[in-house]
Design a protein. Structure first.
Length: 215
């Protein structure tokens, strides 16, 4: 029995160490993505890219919070991610994605701004389409096996970033090839709906795991 517990603990620690390196990789990519998207948005005057860059900044903060938590775990102060503070932080950051995207889209529509085409933006988006599925899959796998809720929420944000990239690439490509600037707004609505659903599901999971009064 003790041997089984030791093996389970060793496996959990190995998973958390892998999660640590995944978060380092996520931190590196989100830095590139945020700087690239914000720069492209400023240069092209594209609020869609600026919103995507703003989302990347929030995900960067989320990865940083999870990384700090995992470093604590890796030092032997805990073997399972049970820290409520980290869980609340990642959920709060997930909530912030909705107004980040929504307010940018509303502002652009009300001021009559038409999204501009951007080669740099397209390249950054293609990069996100390649990187984010890998990060999403690994974070979700590690989070579930190690019972690490912060990583699972971070995985949800990676999945959201991937879908945002799909929608953004469609909008940027349509604008670049056919000047269909309004495709950007349709994509934004789809992204917000998906994000709202994922946020509700994450909160439901949090309450089921910690109890209705935990959050």
């Amino acid at each position: 029995m003790k041997t089984n517990e030791s093996l389970a603990e060793a496996e959990s620690n190995a998973l958390l160490r892998r999660g640590l390196w995944i978060e380092y990789a996520s931190l590196a990519w989100m830095t590139v993505e945020a700087l690239g998207a914000l720069s492209a948005g400023v240069l092209a005057g594209s609020l869609a890219l600026l919103a995507f860059g703003g989302d990347s900044v929030i995900e960067l903060a989320s990865s940083t919070a999870v990384l700090m938590h995992l470093r604590t775990e890796d030092k032997g102060e805990g073997t399972i991610c049970k820290t409520k503070k980290a869980e609340r932080a990642t959920l709060t950051l997930l909530f912030l994605l909705i107004p980040t995207i929504g307010l940018g889209a509303v502002y652009a529509y009300l001021t009559g701004v038409k999204p501009e085409s951007s080669i740099l933006g397209i390249l950054i988006t293609i990069g996100a389409l390649i990187v984010m599925p890998v990060l999403w899959f690994e974070k979700r796998r590690i989070g579930r096996k190690a019972n690490c809720f912060p990583i699972e929420v971070d995985a949800t944000e990676s999945a959201t970033c991937f879908l945002m990239s799909v929608a953004l690439l469609v909008g940027l490509a349509a604008n670049f090839l056919w000047r269909l600037w309004w495709a950007d707004y349709l994509a934004t609505v789809a992204i917000i709906l998906f994000l709202a659903r994922e946020t509700v599901e994450s909160v439901r999971s949090f309450r089921l795991e910690r109890g209705a009064s935990a959050f």
